[in-house]
Design a protein. Structure first.
Length: 202
């Protein structure tokens, strides 16, 4: 199955700076063997971060701080944290159905998880892991923030929408012609654009 990457002009977006790991470090999820791996691009070495299989299919991940990753467990409906020094995972939120993407808002106070099969976004207060459900019109996948703190989401596989972070209401929407299986979403700070991936079935 091929995946297409396309730029989206949704609303005027401001420049954005985000914290990250070293430029030589890449972290990725491994769906088949339930692991999170670290790639050192200076040596092309790949190492497993977690000490054992995580017990669920893992999808999205996001840095909470320099030593902690948040990741979604599709198979068991959870949001989890992983200490990358010890490899120890901790479940923060359960009860979701096929959670996909996770992002953290620019204040660092809330995580947002696309709970795909429940057609909602779950807003998680990181200080105590309490949740608020934002109902969506259809299954939600990719999530991204812009510099102004606006939240964008792939909804129904065929549109990208700016989402009200309190109610889940659509503020603005774009439905790219010819793309009906949108998936991931990210914000390009250098060029001030949103990018989405699309499974074209090829």
């Amino acid at each position: 199955m091929k995946k297409t990457l396309l730029p989206l002009a949704l609303l005027p977006l401001a420049a954005f700076g985000a914290g990250q790991a070293r430029a030589t470090d890449v972290y990725a999820t491994s769906l088949e063997d339930q692991r999170i791996v670290h790639v050192d691009t200076t040596t092309n070495t790949v190492t497993t971060v977690n000490t054992s299989a995580l017990g669920t299919t893992v999808d999205s991940l996001f840095f909470l701080n320099s030593n902690t990753l948040l990741y979604t467990g599709i198979g068991n409906g959870t949001l989890n944290s992983l200490n990358i020094s010890t490899g120890v995972p901790t479940t923060l939120v359960s009860g979701m159905n096929g959670p996909r993407d996770v992002v953290i808002d620019p204040t660092g106070s809330f995580a947002f998880v696309s709970d795909f099969n429940n057609s909602r976004i779950v807003k998680v207060k990181l200080s105590d892991n309490t949740t608020t459900n934002l109902p969506m019109a259809a299954g939600t996948d990719g999530l991204a923030f812009d510099a102004a703190g606006n939240l964008f989401a792939v909804v129904g596989r065929n549109s990208v929408r700016q989402i009200n972070q309190t109610t889940g209401a659509t503020i603005a929407m774009i439905a790219p012609s010819g793309f009906g299986n949108l998936d991931g979403l990210t914000y390009d700070a250098a060029n001030n654009k949103l990018w989405a991936t699309n499974f074209d079935g090829g």
